[in-house]
Structures are given as C-alpha cells and as structure tokens.
Design a protein around this ligand. Sequence first.
Ligand code: GAP
Length: 482
Amino acid sequence: MAAPNIETIVSLAKRRGFVFPSSEIYGGLGSAWDYGPLGVELCNNVKQAWWRWMVYERDDMEGIDSSIILNRLVWKYSGHEDTFSDPLVDCHECKTRLRADKLEFPGEPETSGEIAKMIREKRIKCPNCGSTDLTEPRPFNLMFETHVGATAEDDPSALVYLRPETAQGIFINFLNVLTTSRRKLPFGIAQIGKSFRNEVTPGNFIFRTREFEQMEMEYFVRPGEDEQAHHEWIDNCFNWFTALGISADNLRLYEQPPEELAHYAKRTVDIQYRFFPEREEEERQWDELMGIANRTDFDLRTHSRKPEDAAGSRLNQDSTEDLSYFDEARKERFYPYVIEPAAGVNRTVLAALMDAYSEKTNEKGETRVVLKLHPSLAPINAAILPLAKNKPEIVGMAKAIKRSLQPVLRGVYDDTGGIGKLYARQDEIGTPLCVTVDHQSLEDEAVTVRDRDTWEQERVKVSDLAEHLQRRLKEANLKSGV
Ligand code: GAP
C-alpha cells in the first residue's frame, strides 16, 4: 500500500518532525517548508544514495559544486532571460493569479495560441471563484532577481538571479573539468544543490516550492551517440527509483510532446510518480518526479565565443572561451551533445514517503502506521530502547549500547514511553530495527532485535550486536541493489 493522498504525509511529516511549514510563528510563507530532525536525515540519505550511484559507482563521472549566483550573462545566453516563463492570467473578479496552462480546458489545447483563444472567448473558469473574466495570458519570468554589491537597487549592472537550475553551473565549467580531469567522451558531471523559481502556483506540500533542491547530471557524448545514451539513462534512472524501494506500479515514463519541450531540448522523457492517487481520473494522478532531456549541443555552443551567424558575426559577444571538444583519435573538433537526468530532492523525498506509507493492525486490533522506507533512506538505522526506564542498570546498559553503536550507524535512545508505544513511534518514522534491553539482558548480555516490517524478534549477544545490525542493514540494501 502507499499513502492515499499527500495530506496523509503532510500530517505525518509535521507530527513526527520530518517537515514543518516555514516561518510558522509569523503566519508562514506561502509554500515554503523547513526540514526537521528526521527530514534533514531523509534528504541527506536521498542525496547520498544519488551521489553514490551516480558518481562513485561509475567510472565516467566527476562532481562539481558551483555558485547559486552566477554572472547574469549566463542566463542571457542560456535563454532563461527570454524564455524561462510561465503564462500568467489574472482573474478580474477575485484577483487570483493563475497559470494559464494549468486551467481546466474543454478538450486538450495544444498551443499557447489555443489556450489564449479559449480564455478570450470566456470558455474557461477561474478555479477560485468560477468567473470567466480572465486577463489575456502574458509571460511571467520565474527567475528571482537580486542585486550584488552596495549599489543602487535599480542599477542594472548589479542585477543578478538566483539560479533556476543547477545545470548551467556545469556547462560554464565544462572546460575546467575537462582539462583538470583529463576526461575523454563520454563522461558526465554531477551536481546537487538548491535552485529557485518564483512559481506562479506553488503547492501540494513539497511537490512545487519556490526554493528546492536538484540532483542533476550532464552526460557529454559525441553527436550521433546521443539517442542511445538518452535511452540508457532513461532505463538507469527508472531502475534507480525502484532500487530505492519505490514501486514500479507508481512510476511511469512520460514522453513530452513537442509543444512542451524546453527551448534547448530535442527530446525529453519524464519519470512520473503517482503523487495524486485520490484523483478519480487515472491520467491526473501522475506528475513529474524527474526529467531526462537530450539538450543537444545547445548549451556548450551558446556559451562559446566561436559560433557565428550567416553574416559572420559572433553569436555570443561576451564569452571568452570555446567549449568545444577535440577528439584526438579522430582528429575532430565538435560541440558534445548532452543527456541530462534531472531529479528533485524534495519530490524524491515525497515519493519515498508516500510509497513507504503502510498501515498494519496489531493483535489488540489497533491500526499502526509503518513507514517501510528503504533502509538506506531511513533517518534512523536503529533505536535502542530500555524495557524499564526506572531501572538504572537497564537504562545505563541501553545508553552504553547506543554510544557504542554511534561510530557505525545512526542510532537513537528513547525511554519516553512503554515499549509498545516506543515500537509504534519507530515504525511510524521508518526505523528498520529496534534493540530492546530488558531484565534478562543484565544476566545474559543479550538484547532483543525487532524487525520493523515483520515485527519478528530475535535475541542477539551484545558483543555481536554492531556486526549483526550492520549485516542486516547491508543485506536489505543489497537485496534492492542500492
Ligand atoms: N535542468 C533541467 C531542469 O531543471 P526541470 O524539469 O525543470 O529540469 C528538474 O527540473 C526537476 O527538478 C523536476 O523533475 C523536479 O523534480 C524538480 N523541480 C523543478 N521545479 C520544482 C519546484 N518548483 N519545486 C520542487 N521541485 C522542482
């Protein structure tokens, strides 16, 4: 089973300290969320799993961490200044601002012209008040502006943007990485970091926010080898999500139609997750978890000083470098093509939480939430629990065990309830293993290890405990290939 809707996860996330509404004591800030003690661990585990899979387990990958604020020219030549916008409409009646392409249309308009026509003909309703009195759609650039240095606010030379994608930081460093790593094609450059978009209609919890984190990789190949590489990366990425424990039944591939493609893309296939299972119409249950684009040579070419138009003028008047590649073996110079798998950390966290959600009834007929997170994602590996908190010897032993495990795994000690309540709490946050210290432990130097998913228990010697827990966690990870 998976969560029946996002609301179930919102309430679990707040109750147990995964995610809190941001700035709550000042009334909040629309669609901004803070990650709590468990949420930060889950995010870190997602990022570590991605980095391990993408960078460490391959022979053709380098990592990078570029600035969030880049020279404004990067966004001029990438095309974002001109085209990175959503079509915005205002409702004259209730003053709500809406994304024109997300309104409910009769049929499926394919172009922005068709959308505008339907709105003009008053065939479309405001989802907030039902009025059909909407403005014409107009482009709204999604990049957040700020200013660098102690300059006047309206000084255009100080204008910069917070990056809306991490990708450009990779393209502008292509030559630096190529020359310092001495790589040959094909190879990739991976980056994880925050991106910012002034979304017109953010929402659905952490699904669409204005500040979010991306895990992006740009894979550089010879032109002509791009389609095969694209195909392979689509498969690789789909398999990564299932290896993380996300059910293939809740994942699907979506081929972006030509009218949806970004200005740089020749082809893009999204991996979608069933984020909205409660929606009646199957087609509306899915939304993007990750995009895998064939960006052609657009980015390396556009940031290069050499390319010229038909009249012989440089297309990029500002770049000081040529980002082409010289193939020694074939004595050929060209701009590599790029395959880009781009995933969101926050959407991966949401998909992992929704997919892991399950309910189980105990022998007393009580329904418990069990979060069957993949062990490599679980915020806590093992909880160390004393059976009696008023017995100093038991408490002392449990705390000593927790400390001894600290160097090898993420453990917590908890004595704030009876053992049933403590188990329920750990099940609800996805802790794969619980270790219970009881009266007998004082005699036989052994503890009970309880499994989150089966609730089965086994007795393990304290001297073997660290190895036992590590083996169990490793086995679970190996089984799924992560
Ligand atoms: N460099 C290509 C690029 O940025 P994208 O499809 O716009 O492509 C990649 O973004 C991924 O980033 C998305 O699949 C999604 O997981 C995540 N993402 C994009 N916008 C987001 C937002 N406003 N809130 C949360 N995640 C977002």
